[in-house]
Ligand binder design. Structure first.
Ligand SMILES: NC(=O)C1=CN([C@@H]2O[C@H](COP(=O)(O)OP(=O)(O)OC[C@H]3O[C@@H](n4cnc5c(N)ncnc54)[C@H](O)[C@@H]3O)[C@@H](O)[C@H]2O)C=CC1
Ligand SMILES: O=C(O)[C@H]1O[C@H](OP(=O)(O)OP(=O)(O)OC[C@H]2O[C@@H](n3ccc(=O)[nH]c3=O)[C@H](O)[C@@H]2O)[C@H](O)[C@@H](O)[C@@H]1O
Length: 430
């Protein structure tokens, strides 16, 4: 099939390259010239394992990029993979979605024949039907269900494993309203279903598909927060939280995934998606108390880490190494990473910060241009008064003699990744 994908960030680029790998012809539409140029030159605009190979393999052939919405006219379906960030009150900001829907509608006004529009972005229930569809109708002069169809296909990939997650999904969720839309979605996803060994394909309503995405993320985020709450209790009793959490994970009703206790969840999705669904629920008059508690526990973890440091040193004028800047290992994404919160608090307290990350330094430099960045963990530790571990990159597990070069070897580990050793004042958050 010929597809277009509006938005070529973490999701849009991954989905485009994977659909190309599956045999479809894909054009990515983005407003960012640099991204478009990179893709057309066969370069991957983001760090994502396995993605560069796919982009290189298909660029110029089954994968193209453009800033010109007119190229959508030659495609049968368009995915919307645009950002849906938070407003100040946590509610979802649909600015990019609305702008793209209007541009898409203006383009579709000139198309002969039907078109399928699929929301890939995470949006609160009823958005596709009540906001996206009507915008396209207004700009195109066509009617939903007649001139074009709308659908919702939530994405469950994780950054750092995006390609593998997309190509081997646990489930595929297809929300639509018309038989014609379901048929097109079936055709579109058939190569993926075959390659992935027939995962469950859930055909549902559009608003149900939207809610499934929030429920999925809310559950996983809450599971981590519950693990953190339990780990914090363990710490009060001097009980080994890893032992406890690993063991409860053996109960098949609980499962071991997402029980990793520590600094909590960051990234571009769990924080914004929990905030968005809480705000949306409040908007309808329901107070989601458990989800709010999950957010509160999460917000408290960085402060607990800093308290452990403050118990040891007065932060003013001290040099603190922050190991790990990405919101999780395997990605260069620093959006809402725990490190950003730690760095802000350290700077507020008058400390000097030297950050290190294997791949995320340049992205963090945009956020904090004035702190120091080291080229290795060893360089960050040299002369530091203390170190905070914010991301569980594997290489931090192997650190050993590097701690000897610290001015005072205080290591507070937010991810329980560093191996406790002689000669360092080590404490794990959990
Ligand atoms: N990052 C992730 O791991 C996942 C994200 N999602 C959801 O997918 C959506 C997209 O997320 P990301 O890919 O992370 O966002 P992103 O910020 O990485 O990429 C969005 C892209 O859209 C482009 N864009 C903005 N306005 C545009 C317009 N009017 N026309 C064309 N392009 C435009 C931007 O230039 C950017 O390249 C969000 O709703 C997010 O919640 C869902 C699952 C996983
Ligand atoms: O909607 C999204 O964007 C995506 O959000 C998450 O994916 P992602 O944010 O890329 O990464 P995760 O692996 O889920 O990690 C999120 C955060 O939780 C933290 N985490 C994860 C697992 C764990 O056990 N403990 C823990 O603290 C990570 O360090 C990270 O900060 C979901 O896992 C994806 O299914 C979803 O598609």
């Amino acid at each position: 099939m010929k597809l277009s994908i509006i938005g070529s960030g973490y999701v849009g680029t991954t989905v485009a390259a994977c659909f190309a790998e599956l045999g479809h012809h894909v054009v990515n539409v983005d407003i960012d010239d640099d991204i478009v140029r990179a893709l057309n030159e066969g370069r991957c605009p983001i760090h994502e394992p396995g993605l560069a190979e796919l982009v290189e393999r298909h660029a110029g052939d089954r994968l193209r990029a453009t800033t010109d919405y007119d190229e959508i006219l030659d495609t049968e379906a368009t995915f919307l993979a645009l950002p849906t960030p938070s407003n100040d009150d946590g509610s979802i900001d649909l600015g990019a979605m609305k702008a793209a829907a209007t541009s898409l509608g203006e383009t579709l006004a000139r198309k002969d024949g039907p078109h399928l529009v699929v929301t890939k972005s995470t949006v609160v229930p009823t958005t596709t039907v009540d906001v996206i569809g009507p915008r396209i109708e207004e700009a195109s002069g066509k009617r939903v269900g007649e001139g074009f169809d709308i659908a919702m296909n939530p994405e469950f990939l994780r950054e750092g494993t995006a390609v593998d997650d997309f190509l081997a999904p646990d489930k595929i969720v297809l929300g639509a309203q018309t038989d014609r839309a379901y048929e097109q979605l079936d055709e579109l996803f058939a190569p993926l279903v075959e390659r992935a060994g027939n995962p469950p394909v859930v055909k549902t309503g559009i608003s149900e598909a939207e809610m499934i995405k929030y429920a999925n993320n809310a559950f996983l985020a809450s599971k981590i927060s519950l693990a953190n709450d339990l780990a914090n209790i363990c710490k009060e009793f001097g009980v080994d939280s890893a032992e406890v959490l690993e063991t409860i994970g053996l109960d098949s009703r609980i499962g071991s995934a997402f029980l990793g206790a520590g600094l909590g969840w960051g990234g571009s999705c769990f924080p914004k998606d929990t905030a968005a669904i809480i705000a949306a629920a409040r908007g309808r008059g329901y107070e989601p108390r458990l989800l709010q508690a999950a957010v509160d526990v999460n917000d408290g973890q960085p402060e607990r880490l800093l308290d452990l440091l403050r118990e040891r040193i007065d932060l003013g004028g001290k040099r603190v190494a922050v190991l790990g800047l990405a919101f999780k290992p395997g990605t260069d994404d620093v959006r809402t990473s725990r490190a950003t919160l730690l760095i802000s608090s350290l700077l507020d307290a008058g400390a000097g910060v030297v950050g290190y990350d294997p791949v995320a330094t340049e992205n963090m430099r945009e956020r904090f241009p004035d702190i120091e960045y080291a080229d290795s963990a060893a360089d960050a530790l040299a002369g530091a008064d203390a170190a905070l571990v914010a991301t569980d990159w594997d290489e931090f597990a192997a650190l050993d003699d590097e701690f000897d070069a610290m001015r005072s070897p205080i290591v507070i580990d937010g991810r329980r990744i560093v191996t406790r050793r002689e000669g360092i004042d080590y404490e794990s958050l959990v």
